[in-house]
Design a protein around this ligand. Structure first.
Ligand SMILES: C[S@@+](CC[C@H](N)C(=O)[O-])C[C@H]1O[C@@H](n2cnc3c(N)ncnc32)[C@H](O)[C@@H]1O
Length: 272
């Protein structure tokens, strides 16, 4: 996705790191998540975390700009495109550009949005990206938003005459374009997620990264990764955004919690 900041074009697809450089913490978090039927890798980049999601999910949708999905680049040591790599490697993964994804039904139980918001230079498109994720979660769905909030480059840029402050981050011009890295702290990430209409379930910092786990405002959390099954509204983990739930879950909600059976698997992939 391309953005404009201070007269520079920001090509965020160039900010994606290779599969060989995952955060081991995030990798382990994903691998320890109990199985879900459908997961989303929003802003998948070079598929750094898709393989781990594909291990815990029956189906994974990866979403990024068309240029990121179709250009030939090095993915896991191969000269290929995301679309080709996914089609050949993973039968349970499908790639969508942002426009295609807008026609996909809200059905995801787990969404990952890793290092996407910090690549976006303005608040409006950050909120919009979170809303897209939120609008694709199912009744029990949760999204994990993560950004790197600290790193040694941030300090180096402060004394680099080429780098300049823009919004909450740094613009680093090169060849008429620029790269951007927003510094989004945990409280700021919570605020963004909340302003986008999601409910912050839990937030934490590990190493140099901030994490916010969030659900839709009126949704019911049934993710087995929680210590106990509980309503979104039940305060826990220092959650400041909780609201009490009004009534017991309806039969429809209970059915949605259980999810469709395996025999319905293919049918649910039909886009609206
Ligand atoms: C820094 S990379 C992160 C990639 C991957 N999630 C990771 O952690 O390795 C940011 C990715 O987000 C994509 N992106 C930027 N804005 C987006 C948006 N509004 N919707 C979907 N993807 C977006 C970019 O094209 C890029 O591939």
């Amino acid at each position: 996705m391309h953005y404009e900041a201070a007269g520079f074009e920001i090509r965020t697809e160039n900010a994606a790191k290779p599969v060989s450089q995952p955060s081991t913490y995030l990798r382990d978090w994903l691998l320890s998540h109990l199985a879900v039927s459908e997961a989303l890798d929003y802003g998948c980049g070079k598929l750094r975390y898709t393989g781990y999601l594909a291990k815990v999910a029956g189906f994974v949708a990866v979403v990024d700009s068309e240029i990121q999905l179709s250009r030939v680049q090095t993915i896991a040591g191969l000269q290929t495109s995301i679309r080709e790599f996914v089609a050949r490697r993973w039968p349970n993964v499908r790639a969508y550009n942002v426009s295609e994804f807008s026609r996909v039904a809200p059905r995801f139980e787990l969404a990952l949005c890793a290092n996407v918001l910090s690549a976006i230079p303005q608040k409006g498109p950050r909120i919009e990206a979170i809303r897209v994720v939120a609008s694709h979660l199912n009744q029990a769905g949760v999204g994990l938003f993560t950004v790197q909030s600290r790193n040694s480059y941030f300090k180096a840029w402060a004394s680099d005459p080429k780098a300049r402050r823009y919004g909450d981050g740094w613009l680093v011009p090169s060849d008429g374009r620029a790269s951007f890295y927003g510094i989004i702290t945990r409280p700021k990430l919570e605020r963004l997620v909340s302003e986008a209409g999601m409910h912050v379930v839990k937030s934490w910092v590990h190493g140099e990264s901030s994490y916010v786990l969030a659900a839709g405002r009126s949704r019911v959390i049934t993710s087995p990764n929680f210590v106990e099954r509980r309503r979104v509204a039940a305060p826990a983990c220092g959650d400041r955004f909780t609201r009490p739930a009004k009534s017991a879950p309806s039969r429809q909600v209970k059915e949605q919690r259980r999810g469709p059976g395996r025999d319905q698997f293919d049918e649910r992939f039909i886009d609206r």
